[in-house]
Write a protein of this length. Structure first.
Length: 147
């Protein structure tokens, strides 16, 4: 019982001692986690304007109904919608558009035939906020093969 307490105490002293490593070695200071030198600031950026892009995907059905593509409609998470579809569609990836059509049109009596990606860029600086409307990107569904 006493010997286990000694080993635990040695372990605690070693962990506390490792906090001195970043101070002693500049090379390790920027590479060794969790002993980074002020880790919250290691990826900071220079001061200047901040840009944010707000984006939405709308799907248009064969009968002309327009519906916003949401994680609930897609059956995914917001992160999945963003990474799998929003980012590729904004980069003009038509394969991602066709994949989104396939996923949205499963067992739909009125299938989606068009996707519209709308976005705005907001720039925040010391003087205020500037909104810039970006061009709408449109994708059409590939014709379905005959049955």
């Amino acid at each position: 019982m006493r010997q286990s307490k000694v080993w635990i105490s040695i372990g605690i002293v070693v962990v506390i001692g490792l906090h001195a490593v970043p101070i002693l070695s500049a090379g390790l200071r920027k590479r060794v986690w969790p002993f980074l030198d002020w880790g919250m600031y290691k990826d900071s950026r220079a001061p200047g304007p901040i840009q944010v892009k707000k984006k939405r995907i709308f799907a248009v059905t064969q009968t002309g109904q327009k519906e916003r593509v949401t994680p609930t409609l897609l059956g995914s998470t917001g992160y999945g919608l963003h990474m799998l579809y929003e980012v590729p569609l904004l980069r003009n990836d038509s394969a991602a558009a066709q994949d989104l059509f396939r996923r949205l049109n499963v067992q739909r009596p009125d299938p989606f035939v068009e996707l519209r990606v709308e976005s705005e860029t907001y720039t925040v600086s010391d003087t205020g906020v500037v909104k810039q409307d970006n061009p709408v990107i449109t994708y059409r569904a590939a014709p379905s093969p005959p049955r």
